[in-house]
Design a protein around this ligand. Structure first.
Ligand code: FES
Length: 154
């Protein structure tokens, strides 16, 4: 069962979009913006509210990489794995982060401090390997440098 706050968020977002089934992606985006992720109970609530099968809501929520069905960390780390960054050593940078945070790409630390993801080319190839934390771009990353960069994010 979705808790009271989650139910209220779903209700408000559905009202905003006038319960339009065609706007399912927008609905999920807005709900995630409010709650931080899309808990299973919220998908069920959305399905009921919109009158679409829960399987459809679930498939949309899992299809788009921007949606998360598990809680996200306060700091989203994206390691660029595009060709240019790859050639310049992004795999080693990613491995260092995984070792440091004790999580794999796609996971969140248990204290919800960091979520680690990979991304393909963020358009700053000349500065690779690129690591993006939140809105901040960090170029020419090395396994050594990345540990101190992460320490700046609480
Ligand atoms: S490949 Fe990483 S920024 Fe282009």
């Amino acid at each position: 069962m979705a808790d009271k706050k989650q139910k209220e968020v779903v209700k408000q977002v559905l009202q905003k979009h006038q319960h339009d089934k065609a706007l399912l992606v927008d609905v999920l985006q807005d709900i995630q913006a409010e709650i931080g992720y899309l808990p299973k109970e919220v998908l069920v609530e959305t399905s009921k509210g919109l009158g679409v099968p829960v399987s459809r809501v679930y498939s949309v929520a899992t299809f788009f990489k921007a949606f998360s069905l598990t809680p996200r960390g306060r700091n989203l780390i994206n390691v660029c794995m595009g060709t240019a960054c790859h050639v310049r050593g992004s795999v080693k940078v990613l491995e260092q982060i995984e070792k440091e945070l004790k999580i794999k790409a796609g996971e969140t630390t248990p204290d919800l401090k960091y979520t680690l993801e990979t991304v393909n080319c963020v358009g700053s190839c000349a500065l690779g390997p690129m690591v993006i934390v939140g809105e901040d771009y960090h170029g020419e990353m090395t396994p050594e440098k990345v540990v101190s960069v992460l320490a700046n994010y609480k």
